[in-house]
Write a protein that binds this ligand. Structure first.
Ligand SMILES: Cc1cc2nc3c(=O)[nH]c(=O)nc-3n(C[C@H](O)[C@H](O)[C@H](O)COP(=O)(O)OP(=O)(O)OC[C@H]3O[C@@H](n4cnc5c(N)ncnc54)[C@H](O)[C@@H]3O)c2cc1C
Length: 490
């Protein structure tokens, strides 16, 4: 058990918990970070085999500003391997690959949707639609504003690939509040986008690097131009959690599964202490407790100590995902793999939803003469897929991608991972649930929640969530110290 000084306990050494603990350490707050697994990183995990670098989670993520700032601060910038943000993404339709359109010009010529859909897309700026009173699903929103083909071939592929989501369930206010706001305030998405000064999503508009790129083509709405840098590290993405874990040194405890959060006690000095029990029976307590586990695990841990909050957390649903990463001899793949990868709309009725061309986007992912690609399958539209065994999962995905990309024969190396609860879903009502969670937390001093189910699932969002929580704790600790200091002097 730690001594009696005020300290913070962080549960979970994924990127959110690592960043939170690192920032607390920087602020001079004593911290202990507890992780159930035998290594730090959570969803971020790299495996090296025979010259291939396999990633179990994010493959080549965007480095939004807070993430990039962190990379520089911990001395990892020299290890960064930049991916090409403008590498074409493809969408599969009727067995053929079409370049995903990111500009009005490419919309006009895409074979993904017909002339009526194009007309509706390109003239949206001249129409005004009233926003509905209740939250709509993303699918309802897109069908109301455009049509079913736009949903199937221009929206669903991204939703499946990026969120593992189901557009019939995703809530527009919960997942894309800026779209709902643009319609409410301007009656048109394009007018809203242009007036907001950046034809791009809220998260992209937070990034400094891309803004410089967009400034040269103001209001041109070329989305790939304004995407932040994609990338990874020479040794794979897990260089990030490994470096943070090293910086945390003795403050991180691996193989330390928290079994339950027992209670909050308020002492005479009005300081609340949170007590928790580890799997081996050890009891720890701290003046601040940060839970960065997935929502369902936070719900389980808080069942006794905060039953209402626990119920709200268990309302958050997750989508499963199977990840199959396959290395091939270059000569056996007919497709030149020039680009980022291919997204497969659910309407194409394949199990694979996204296939990333790792060795095309990043140097050093495969040995000479070989290529590495990673497929995602399952997701919210096909959750039963992850119940298959690894061999059947790989066989189905590799057969499908073999037909799409012209691959002759089996891979030379392969890894398969199953994430039964891969990504939180920002479904209808999610925004309301998060508001209720935040409200409940105001009545529980010293208890904090952070992670990808609150404000966004990207690594940049997680870094922001971890940093913000650390800042809040440091401010509360310093207020408490100055308050006790002033009363002592009085
Ligand atoms: C397949 C896949 C692809 C992705 N691709 C991208 C991408 O391209 N770009 C992007 O930005 N994001 C991507 N993401 C999302 C991103 O990886 C996650 O949102 C992020 O890594 C979540 O980090 P976290 O720290 O919040 O949670 P986690 O990584 O889930 O970490 C939580 C930690 O808590 C630990 N824990 C749980 N219970 C306990 C307990 N009782 N006691 C102690 N420890 C506990 C876990 O072991 C884990 O280490 C992807 C995710 C997946 C699954």
């Amino acid at each position: 058990m730690m001594g009696t000084t005020r300290h913070a306990i962080v549960i979970g050494a994924g990127i959110t918990g690592l960043v939170c603990a690192f920032r607390l350490q920087q602020s001079g707050v004593p911290v202990i970070l507890l992780e159930a697994a035998d290594s730090a990183g959570g969803m971020i995990a790299t495996f090296e085999k025979n010259g291939f670098l396999f990633e179990a989670g994010p493959q080549c993520p965007r480095f939004a500003q807070p993430l990039w700032d962190l990379v520089r601060e911990i001395g990892l910038a020299a290890e960064f391997v930049r991916g090409d943000s403008r590498a074409p993404r493809y969408i599969l339709k009727d067995g053929r690959l079409h370049v995903a359109p990111f500009s009005p010009f490419s919309f006009a010529f895409t074979g993904l949707v017909g002339p009526v859909s194009k007309y509706r897309l390109l003239t949206e700026v001249f129409r005004r639609s009233p926003a509905p009173r209740d939250e709509e699903s993303l699918a309802e929103f897109v069908r109301r504003k455009f049509d079913g083909d736009v949903l199937d071939y221009l929206v669903d592929p991204f939703i499946a690939a990026i969120f593992a989501g189901d557009s019939e369930k995703i809530g527009i206010e919960s997942a894309f509040p800026f779209l709902a706001r643009w319609e409410r305030e301007h009656g048109s998405l394009l007018r809203g986008a242009l007036r907001s000064g950046n034809g791009n999503s809220a998260s992209a508009s937070r990034d400094k690097q891309p803004r410089q790129a967009t400034r040269t083509r103001q209001k041109s709405l070329v989305v790939t131009e304004s995407l932040p840098s994609l990338g990874s590290f020479r040794a794979g993405l897990s260089a990030l959690p490994k470096t943070l874990a090293r910086r945390l040194d003795d403050s991180i405890r691996l193989r330390a599964r928290v079994q339950s959060v027992e209670s909050a006690e308020t002492r005479e000095d009005r300081d609340t202490t949170w007590r928790l029990r580890l799997g081996d029976g050890e009891v720890l307590s701290g003046a601040a407790l940060v839970m960065t586990t997935p929502a369902y695990e936070a719900a389980r841990l808080l069942q006794k100590a905060a039953p209402e909050l626990s119920t709200m957390l268990s309302d958050i649903s997750y989508a499963p995902m199977a990840v199959v990463s396959s290395g091939y001899d270059r000569a056996r793949v007919r497709n030149p793999l020039h680009g980022f990868g291919v997204m497969i709309p659910p309407r194409e009725k394949l199990s694979t939803i996204f296939n990333v061309w790792n060795s095309s986007v990043l140097d050093g992912r495969a040995p000479a003469g070989k290529v590495l690609m990673t497929s995602f399958a399952g997701g919210a539209t096909n959750p039963a897929f992850v119940e298959k065994d690894d061999a059947s999962t790989a066989a189905i995905v590799e057969r499908e991608m073999g037909a799409v990309l012209g691959i002759d024969g089996a891979p030379v190396e392969r890894f398969v991972w199953k994430h039964l609860k891969a990504l939180p879903q920002f479904n209808l009502g999610h925004a309301r649930t998060v508001t209720r969670i935040r409200k409940a937390l105001t009545g529980m001093p010293g208890l904090y929640l952070a992670g990808n189910y609150l404000d966004g699932r990207s690594l940049g969002d997680c870094v922001r969530s971890g940093s913000r929580t650390a800042q809040e704790i440091a401010a509360n600790f310093s207020n408490a110290t100055s308050n006790s200091g002033s009363s002592a002097m009085a």
